[in-house]
Design a protein around this ligand. Structure first.
Ligand SMILES: Nc1nc2c(c(=O)[nH]1)N[C@H]1C(S)=C(S)[C@@H](COP(=O)(O)OP(=O)(O)OC[C@H]3O[C@@H](n4cnc5c(=O)[nH]c(N)nc54)[C@H](O)[C@@H]3O)O[C@H]1N2
Ligand SMILES: Nc1nc2c(c(=O)[nH]1)N[C@H]1C(S)=C(S)[C@@H](COP(=O)(O)OP(=O)(O)OC[C@H]3O[C@@H](n4cnc5c(=O)[nH]c(N)nc54)[C@H](O)[C@@H]3O)O[C@H]1N2
Ligand SMILES: [Mo]
Length: 721
């Protein structure tokens, strides 16, 4: 029998991408080649289903453009011209350079990574050991979720929430700042079950997404106005007797900085006031408040879309308190879920993985990843510390995904910057590298992790041997450590040994993890039915040191704060993820790119008409940070005053070698030092006035508040005033 015909049992693993679903998968291997991927039918949230992108994993893994040898740059930075070199030479070059810089000041070396893989071993495992031992600058890994994460922690003491499966029991599901069909498919399956059982679904999103299409009601608010909406909902709960006084008295912070203060603030936000800020009808706000108060169980699926604005943290704190006010936590199917990652906090042994002890008392400066453009262009100074001389990038594509792209690209183009990129492909970032090191994919290495959308510990076994000369991130940093002469025994740990080190003894069933590929954390079935939040006194907090009673915080870029700016750039732009991409990953997979067609901006027909823009025309989107040209799609998915440019395309697929982040701002959120991608004013004009391009599939009808077929739930307890 030939090797090619030998099929073995599918190999158990999980999807490592930055997505709440963290699916368990099974890889069918024939003759050493991965031929098919399927969701694990037994895993309670995966339920046998993978998304379109990830079922294409073999197409990505065996992509003809995979980087399979170390590469050395031969052309100008950004040109993407390289020659293959051997591992020995590549590691030698990197170690020599880093050693020379570290001899002066290791803080001139910066690691840059995010969640290309969320695995604990291939993410910040061996890499952190390496950079801790080196004493390199630390990276504030804030590009995604820290505003919301810090908000949840301020409120509940951790990133804790409902079990995602429990949305099947909800009678009201509020999907807030999430395009779940695109970015949280397995939650959507549960929401659909609830819908079939009679639940009413709301979407709160400036864009009429495909998810919003399938909800009964859609509130198309202005980006960054969620805090005002939440305050008006509280107003209505107070005024109409919708507050669960017993739950509030027992489980919500009282006193001058507690609920009484927030109650006073909410009373200043009648629906009309919020309606003006949010750009939605006041009656729709009233209806949502009534639904929240009178429908039980009521679950809110909050996602990270709401916190990419100046006031993102305050908005999340306000929204997170709603289920306390209504007592929704009492029932299974009630409460809210933004992230479940806090449930893993005691189980994952971060110190064993990352070894902060290797810092040996040093406390290197931190650099915020959101404003990497500014950091790379900064001179050395007393305030900033040394100029950044070397950058080691892994699990991230900052040249495409970081805001203020023009400055990011300028920083990466610095000839005096030594850049090493660990990658699968020649991304926009790898194009700027001096040395590219070929990394393995999840099919080729060991890993383990938790999840931020469910509560199962996951194991990934390698299904195939590394392709070409690819090495796992952990191995690359282990090899580099050896070259640098780092002799701590931790640098000898194998990837598989690190999988075991990741879990604190006794917190999960490690045998089950290895036998089945996943194992549940021990989380109470209804964690907050009777309070018991993770705060010192068990009460949810309205305020905490450093976190005053939350209020609506307007966008950095809006007419209220900066009328002159808004006069020049009257449109708000958001750039949420495209369904067939995962941030900038998969953009180079032909079948998925074809599904997204080309870089587009959705613009409401009224806004287009006012600017003489025809459907399919090329447009220039611009602000003071830059210009981005792409094709316009006239569509009521965009509300008036808001344009939508789905991301994140690689710059090199864009018309002028740039993408939407040419326009986004590097300013940070109110808390968490996170990004404000969706807090961005622009103007749009026809690129060549009068020219009409190829027509794009027609715009569907819609309105700011879409009517659906929902029945109104019993509202017996609702008091008219
Ligand atoms: N297919 C796919 N899935 C993904 C990703 C991807 O790129 N593609 N990315 C992954 C990552 S890294 C993350 S962090 C998560 C993101 O998860 P989510 O934050 O849920 O991201 P989206 O599903 O894009 O939902 C964001 C929604 O918020 C809306 N939005 C924008 N601004 C506002 C606002 O001010 N208020 C409100 N209420 N809504 C707003 C957008 O229109 C968009 O529909 O998804 C993960 N899953
Ligand atoms: N305009 C705009 N910009 C955004 C967003 C937005 O909504 N709008 N979303 C933001 C958000 S939420 C996030 S989380 C960031 C995400 O930004 P990133 O974390 O940079 O995510 P990706 O763009 O997916 O890039 C991950 C890279 O890691 C690589 N990779 C994957 N696995 C491995 C591995 O095992 N080893 C190595 N060495 N490399 C690997 C992939 O090939 C890929 O190129 O983008 C942000 N940027
Ligand atoms: Mo993210």
């Amino acid at each position: 029998m030939s090797a090619a015909a030998v099929a073995t049992a599918p190999v158990q693993g999980f999807c490592p991408h930055d997505c709440p679903d963290t699916c368990a998968w099974r890889v069918s291997v024939e003759g050493g080649r991965a031929v098919r991927m399927a969701g694990d039918p037994d895993h309670p949230t995966t339920q046998g289903a993978l998304c379109t992108k990830v079922s294409r994993y073999p197409e990505r893994t065996y992509h003809p453009e995979r980087v399979l040898t170390p590469l050395r740059r031969t052309g100008p930075k950004g040109a993407g011209r390289f020659e293959p070199i051997g591992w020995d030479e590549a590691l030698g070059l990197v170690a020599t350079k880093l050693r020379a810089i570290a001899a002066r000041d290791a803080q001139a070396i910066l690691p840059y990574s995010y969640a290309g893989t969320m695995g604990l071993v291939q993410g910040e495992g061996m890499a952190s050991r390496f950079f801790n031992r080196l004493g390199a600058s630390r990276l504030e890994r804030t590009i995604c979720s820290t505003a919301g994460g810090e908000a949840l922690t301020a409120t509940y003491g951790g990133k804790l929430g409902m079990h995602v499966q429990d949305f099947t029991a909800s009678r009201l599901v509020v999907i807030w700042g999430s395009h779940s069909i695109a970015s949280n498919l397995h939650f959507w399956t549960f929401a659909q079950q609830a819908k079939r059982a009679g639940a009413k679904l709301w979407a709160i999103d400036p864009r009429r997404t495909e998810t919003a299409d399938k909800c009964h009601r859609h509130l198309a608010l202005r980006p960054g106005s969620d805090g005002a909406l939440a305050l008006a909902l509280m107003h209505e709960l107070v005024v109409h007797g919708g507050v669960d006084e017993d739950y509030v008295a027992r489980h919500l912070q009282q006193g001058p900085d507690g609920w009484p203060a927030l109650r006073e603030r909410a009373l200043q936000w009648p629906p009309e006031r919020a309606a003006a800020v949010c750009g939605v009808p006041a009656d729709a706000i009233r209806e949502l408040a009534r639904d929240l108060a009178t429908t039980r169980p009521a679950g809110i699926r909050l996602n990270y879309g709401v916190q990419r604005n100046a006031g993102g943290g305050a908005a999340v704190r306000l929204i997170a308190l709603l289920p306390c006010l209504t007592g929704a936590w009492r029932e299974r199917g009630g409460g809210m879920l933004l992230s479940s990652s806090g449930w893993f906090a005691g189980a994952i042994d971060v110190d064993a993985l990352q070894r902060p002890d290797l810092l040996a008392g040093r406390s290197p400066r931190s650099v915020n990843m959101v404003s990497i453009g500014d950091a790379l262009l900064a001179e050395g100074s007393a305030a900033f510390g040394p100029r950044i001389e070397a950058l080691v990038v892994y699990d991230s594509n900052p040249v495409a995904v970081a805001p203020d792209g023009r400055r990011v690209a300028a920083g990466f183009a610095r000839e005096d910057l030594f850049t090493v990129v660990l990658e699968h492909f020649l991304t926009d970032t790898a194009d700027h590298a001096d040395i590219v090191l070929p990394a393995t994919t999840q099919l080729e290495h060991w890993d383990t992790q938790g999840a931020y959308g469910h509560t199962y510990a996951m194991l990934n076994r390698p299904a195939i041997a590394p392709l070409g000369q690819a090495r796992s991130n952990a191995r690359i940093f282990r090899d580099l450590a050896a070259r640098m002469g780092f002799d701590d025994p931790g640098f000898g740990d194998s990837d598989e040994a690190m999988v075991r080190q990741a879990w604190r003894p006794g917190r999960i069933d490690l045998d089950e993890l290895f036998a089945r590929g996943w194992t549940p954390l021990r989380v109470p079935p209804q964690p907050f039915a009777d309070g018991g939040f993770a705060t010192p006194d068990g009460r949810a907090r309205v305020s905490a040191p450093g976190y005053p009673v939350p209020d609506f915080v307007a966008n950095h870029e809006c007419a209220e704060r900066d009328p002159a700016l808004a006069a020049r750039f009257p449109l708000a732009m958001i750039s949420p993820p495209a369904r067939n991409f995962l941030n900038s990953t998969f953009v180079n997979v032909a079948s998925l790119r074809a599904a997204e067609r080309e870089p587009l901006v959705e613009i409401h027909p009224d806004d287009a008409a006012a600017r003489g823009i025809a459907d399919g025309a090329m447009v220039r989107i611009f602000n003071d940070r830059g210009v981005y040209r792409c094709r316009a799609e006239l569509s009521t998915r965009a509300r008036p005053g808001v344009v939508v440019a789905l991301g994140v395309w690689w710059r090199k697929f864009g018309r002028d070698g740039v993408n939407v982040n040419e326009l986004t701002s590097p300013r940070l959120t109110d808390i968490g030092r996170g990004p404000t991608f969706y807090d961005c004013l622009v103007e749009v004009e026809a690129d060549r006035p009068g020219e009409a391009g190829s027509a794009i599939a027609g715009a569907a009808a819609g309105s700011a508040v879409a009517e659906g077929g929902a029945r109104n739930p019993a509202a017996a307890a609702w008091r008219a005033v």
